[in-house]
Design a protein around this ligand. Structure first.
Ligand SMILES: Nc1nc2c(c(=O)[nH]1)N[C@H]1C(S)=C(S)[C@@H](COP(=O)(O)O)O[C@H]1N2
Ligand SMILES: [Mo]
Length: 404
């Protein structure tokens, strides 16, 4: 699966599109897409992602770019040219994808530690998995106390299909885990800036060891070679865990007795009280929570006219599948059960939901709340935390809509 016109990918996306068309969603959205969105003077895309579609993106900075709420589309999969971007460090030079198979990964904490090229990894096994990739700070812009950091709305997230070799397969090929490993630690392949303590800047994250059962070392995204901007040639995919744990251009994978003492793990990405710097006593930002939001009708896509319309959005369960989504048009005073539509790509993917409603002119506050298969409901409000992480509260994600 390497050509851009790969039949496997096309049929998968087509299947998603036709399922949605059957649900009556496709036509509605096509009509809406024709209503020209108000021309806003947007910041241009930086050159390294000039291949993305600027109409679908909000450029916060050159390293923080999110998908517009109205631009998730009607396929369950987020196309690469709409997927958000977040870099904590300047990315390695794009020349690292000139010969993808030559990229190497050091594997430690196994009985037979060694360096493997991507070509060797490809010879070990292959699996395909859909996951939600979501920045830990997605939704930060909705926290009332305005924590510092990018004011992401809903769009620092996407649902993508990865292909690569399962981490457990690599571990088995290297003789199994060495004794004492409690964490899986991945290190990004960035060249670190000179003159700084490497630990203060490196992107190195540890997650609990058990997570390796689901994790993938991926070289493909949505059926194409993994774009450099999204971590090509090789990325660690940790299903159900927030963005930062999914290490791009991974160069080292280690099974370690302790969490890394890199700042991004030790003090960064911790759930600490507002105003308080993170430290290892605070919970690490790891698993994502059950969460959903409504993408349409979105006022940013054009005026919303009275009559029948599909309210639609996405729902994810974090590490669990979604079982149910309820939708409210009155800000959560009353709820109706929505219908899950489109393909179910497994428990780590998001589901699309629809609720047809007939709306008269007036003001509405559209809200959604999801429930996972373990019967956990999406929370009404996520407590404020210093980093503005993991905001999944349904109330602040509600969408005000004026129907004319
Ligand atoms: N090597 C490396 N991996 C990384 C990062 C990074 O800066 N360097 N950023 C992390 C963060 S915070 C997020 S949200 C995701 C963003 O992935 P994307 O740019 O492919 O959307 O990558 C994660 N993995
Ligand atoms: Mo992130």
């Amino acid at each position: 699966m390497t050509s851009s016109h790969d039949p496997g990918r096309r049929s998968l996306l087509a299947a998603g599109a036709s399922a949605l068309a059957a649900a009556g969603l496709g036509g509605m959205t096509d009509a809406r897409a024709q209503a020209a969105p108000a021309a806003t003077q947007a910041r241009p895309l930086p050159p390294y992602v000039s291949w993305k579609n600027p109409n679908n993106l909000i450029v916060h900075t050159a390293t923080t770019i999110e998908t517009k709420r109205s631009a998730f589309g009607t396929s369950v999969i987020t196309p690469a040219d709409r997927l958000y971007i977040r870099n904590n460090l300047p990315a390695p030079d794009v020349s690292i994808v000139a010969d993808r198979d030559a990229w190497t990964l050091v594997v430690e904490g196994v009985r037979g530690p060694r360096t493997l090229s991507v070509a060797e990894l490809k010879s070990l096994g292959l699996e395909t998995l859909a996951t939600v990739l979501q920045c830990s700070g997605n939704g930060r812009g909705y926290f009332a106390d305005k924590p510092s950091g990018t004011k992401w709305q809903v769009g620092a997230a996407g649902c993508v299909i990865w292909s690569g070799v399962p981490v457990r397969t690599v571990v088995a090929a290297l003789g199994g885990l060495a004794d004492g490993g409690r964490f899986m630690t991945g290190t990004g392949g960035e060249k670190l800036p000179d003159g700084l303590d490497p630990k203060s800047v490196m992107v190195e994250r540890s997650v609990p060891l058990m997570v390796m059962e689901d994790a993938l070392l991926a070289w493909e995204m949505n059926g194409e070679p993994l774009p450099h901007a999204h971590g090509g040639p090789l990325r660690l995919v940790v299903p159900g865990y927030s963005g930062v744990n999914n290490i791009k251009y991974i160069k080292r994978l280690a099974f370690t007795a302790a969490e890394t003492d890199a700042a991004i793990q030790k003090t960064g990405y911790r759930i600490s009280p507002p105003g308080q710097k993170g430290d290892p006593s605070h919970p690490a930002v790891w698993e994502m929570d059950v969460k959903s939001w409504i993408n349409a009708p979105a006022p940013e896509a054009g005026p919303v006219r009275a009559g029948w319309m599909q309210i639609h959005g996405v729902a994810m369960g974090g590490t669990q599948a979604v079982r149910r989504v309820d939708v409210s048009i009155d800000g959560g005073q009353t709820w109706q059960q929505a219908r899950l539509v489109g393909p179910d790509l497994g428990r780590f993917a998001w589901r699309q939901f629809v609720l047809p409603v007939k709306l008269a002119p007036g003001n509405y506050l559209l809200a959604s709340r999801a429930q996972d298969v373990k019967f956990n409901w999406q929370v009404e409000s996520t407590p404020e935390n210093a980093g503005g992480y993991l905001n999944s509260g349904w109330r602040v994600h509600a969408l005000p809509v004026t129907v004319t």
